[in-house]
Each structure stands twice: as C-alpha cells, then as structure tokens.
Ligand binder design. Structure first.
Ligand code: NAD
Ligand code: ZN
Ligand code: ZN
Length: 388
C-alpha cells in the first residue's frame, strides 16, 4: 500500500509499504478515505519532536471505512464509515473513564516524568516513538488499536470532508475555548490564525464572546478576512518599531481582553535553537507569546495554551501573573472522546462548517510535495483534504 513515510529531517516520501493486519483483539483495520496534514506534523518534518525513526508512517487525522477487525470489536461492522481520534485511548483506565482520553494511562508511553518533556499523554497515531510509535493514517490502510473506542461512526449526512476534522482540529479548538472558560460577553484574543485559531474564533462567538481579535501576520489574516468580517485583526509583523502586541491590544481593549488563547506553537515562538537547548538539557527562555498573553489580559483574565510546547521554559512574567491574578491554563492535548459526538451533531445541524478551512484537495501520491508547500504556505495553503 502507499504511505507517507518520514525518511529524515525535512525529508518525507510516499513509499510502498506492507499493509497492516489485526494484531490485538480490539484492533480495527481501516481503509483510509481521507486524511490531512496538521500544523503539528511540521514539528515532525523539522525533526523538532524527538524519537522519529526512518520509515515511520505519519498522519494523525483521518477517516475511512472499516475493512476488518479483531474478535473484541463488537460495536462496528465491515463497511462502517468512521473517523479516528488522533489519540489512542483504551476506554477503561482512570482517565478514559473520565473521558480525559488524551491522558490514557494504558497507551501512554512517556515515562520521562521530570526530564526533557516532563509530560504525559496518550499514544498518538503517526506522532513518533515519543507517543508510542503507532503508524499513522496518511496511508491507504491503518491499524487502529482499541478500534471500538477510537473510531466514531459518521452519519450519512456528514461527508468525509467534514467528518475528518473531528479527528483533531474541531475537538482541539472546542477544548481550547471551553477549557479556558470563554463565556458570555468575553473579549477573546487569539494568537495564531491557522485552522486551530480560526475554529477557536467561531467557537468563542458560539460561547458568547462579544469580540474576537486574531493576532497573526498578513498572509494568514487575509484568509480570515475573506471568510468573516466579525473578527478584528492584528498583524503583529507590521507593528511600528517600538510598539508591542501588548501595547496595541491595550489600544484596542483598554482594560485588556478577558481571555487569551495560544494557537501558535513553541517551535514558531522560540525558534529551532530551542530544541538543541532542550536536547542538551538546558532551560530556555519562554516564548514571547506567553508573556504577551500574560501582560495583555485584564486582571483575573485567563490564558489558555493549546499550541505545542516541549519541556521547560522560564523567564515568563510570573510577577504579573501573581499580582493580577491571571490564570494560565495548559489546555493539554484535546480529549477528543469528550467532545466528538457533540461536535458531530453540530456539523449535522450546520452550526459549524469545517469546509471553510479547506484550501486544497489532493491525492495521497502528491502528499510529500504537499508537506513542503504546507510548510511554506505556498498557494495560500491552509488545510488540505487528502483523498485516499
Ligand atoms: P498553523 O501552523 O497552521 O498556524 C500557526 C499560526 O501561528 C501561523 O499562521 C503563524 O503565522 C502564526 N504565528 C507564528 N508566530 C506568531 C506570533 N508570534 N504571533 C501570532 N501568530 C504567530 O497551525 P495550526 O494547525 O493552526 O495549529 C496551531 C497549534 O496548535 C500548533 O502548535 C499545533 O501543533 C497545535 N495543536 C495542538 C493540539 C492539542 O491538542 N493541544 C492539537 C492540534 C494542534
Ligand atoms: Zn492535528
Ligand atoms: Zn485509557
């Protein structure tokens, strides 16, 4: 079968690889019909997420049709059309029972409690040996462990192009907004206007926000502007010399936004040098974005972090945080299983339309080229639908 494999830093290729088969009783083999590339995949392309091995199949957002399954899967049938969760949950452990599936204790392979990463998350598809080394879904077929838990049946009214985004983007954005406590009347500032930031803007309004301000550079804000006029835009790259994002936000919202959401990523914010420092076990300066968030929100404002950061950071304005009662919230990897049924219903009813994120539709054979275009955001590339 065809699959997109990691061959080294900045080198991904479409290869012929063996088709997966059922290994465990709760496995499902899925014939993939749609997948996509995520901002998170770029961290793998750049080699900034550690423990990649040559030949690893990438892809953690995908949907498809059930091809076969082990005898432990009783809630699905061959031919069912389903979407996969990006994280692999067992359904039975302490966290899975609370629907906090991104912290599943059974599939979590990160044992470095206080080391470079110091975190814990469930296994993930196509996301390095750091998260279990599970093969991903940018392929013609994929093995889904605990398939009875990690696949959601799609209603016939929800086509692949919409249902696919329940794997990650929709659940991640919804989690970012509700976990940071966006409520009626809030002014919400969002750093990063990629697909995650864009859906956060929609969800913030749905949860009652009175204003949403998006901070990014022009190429991305232009896309946002072409889709909605409800959002206010702040181009951080075009600020006059000496004007900070915080100062500009104070002009726009004198008391400060109620809520700040981080939808960028540590990699962007800190530069690749950060990862060398991490490898050497050195602490590093924190992202300026986190400081911008802390210093711009109103007193007792909330800051939510959904963009991926790795390991230790320091030098953030803990004084401002403490004195003004600012809440800093790690939103975690989104617990997909907590939200995906509700969000699927919202797609069905037309309340949300994931199609607005899609800028390109491609075939799996073109996927390696797409990675490089996606990285450079060529051709106005936003979110891709990969037909398989
Ligand atoms: P993306 O790469 O498409 O968008 C990131 C945006 O941030 C870009 O438009 C970029 O121009 C902008 N940016 C860079 N520097 C900035 C700055 N200083 N100020 C403001 N904006 C800046 O990524 P995406 O797919 O939208 O994902 C966003 C983040 O969310 C990524 O870090 C991704 O890894 C993370 N993510 C987290 C989860 C989770 O469960 N926590 C799930 C999916 C994605
Ligand atoms: Zn993703
Ligand atoms: Zn579990």
């Amino acid at each position: 079968m065809k699959a997109l494999v990691w061959m080294g830093k900045n080198d991904v290729q479409v290869h012929d690889v063996p088709k997966p088969r059922v290994v465990e009783p709760r496995d499902v083999i899925l014939k993939v019909t749609g997948s996509t590339v995520c901002g998170s995949d770029l961290h793998l392309l750049h080699g900034s997420v550690v423990q990649m091995e040559k030949g690893d199949i990438l892809g953690h957002e995908f949907c498809g049709v059930v091809e076969s399954m082990g005898e432990g899967v009783t809630n699905l049938q061959k031919g069912d059309r389903v979407v996969a969760s990006f994280q692999i949950a067992c359904g039975d452990c302490y966290y899975c029972k609370k629907k906090q599936s991104s912290q599943c204790e059974k599939t979590n392979s990160n044992t470095i409690e206080n080391g470079m990463y110091g975190g814990r998350t469930a296994g993930m598809f196509g996301y390095s040996h750091f998260t279990g080394g599970f093969a991903g879904g940018q392929a013609e077929y994929v093995r889904v462990p605990y398939g009875d838990v990690n696949l959601l049946k799609l209603p016939s009214s929800v086509p692949d192009e919409k249902g696919l985004y329940l794997s990650d983007v929709l659940c991640t954005s919804w989690n970012c907004v509700v976990d940071t406590g966006v409520e009626k009347g809030d002014v919400v500032a969002i750093w990063g206007a990629g697909p995650i930031g864009q859906m956060c803007a929609d969800f913030a309004f749905m949860n009652g926000a009175s204003r949403v301000i998006m901070i990014d550079s022009n190429w991305r804000l232009e896309f946002v502007k072409s889709k909605t006029s409800k959002v206010e835009l702040l181009d951080y790259s075009a600020l006059p010399r000496g004007t900070s994002v915080t100062a500009k936000l104070k002009e726009m919202v004198p008391r400060g936004p109620d809520v700040a959401l981080e939808c960028v990523a540590g990699e962007y914010a800190k530069g690749w040098a950060h990862y060398f420092e991490l490898m050497l076990g050195m602490e590093t300066d924190t992202s300026e974005i986190i400081n911008e968030m802390i210093t711009s929100v109103r007193n007792y404002g909330r800051c939510g972090i959904t963009g991926v950061y790795v390991g230790y950071t320091n030098h953030f304005n803990i004084g401002s945080l403490m004195e003004r009662g600012v809440r800093l919230i790690g939103n975690g990897q989104a617990p997909v299983h907590m939200y995906w049924e509700k969000l699927c219903k919202m797609i069905e009813s037309g309340e949300i339309d994931p199609l607005k994120m899609i800028s390109h539709r491609v075939d799996i054979s073109e996927l390696n080229e797409i990675y490089y275009k996606f990285e450079k955001k060529e051709d106005g590339m936003q979110k891709v639908f990969v037909q398989t």
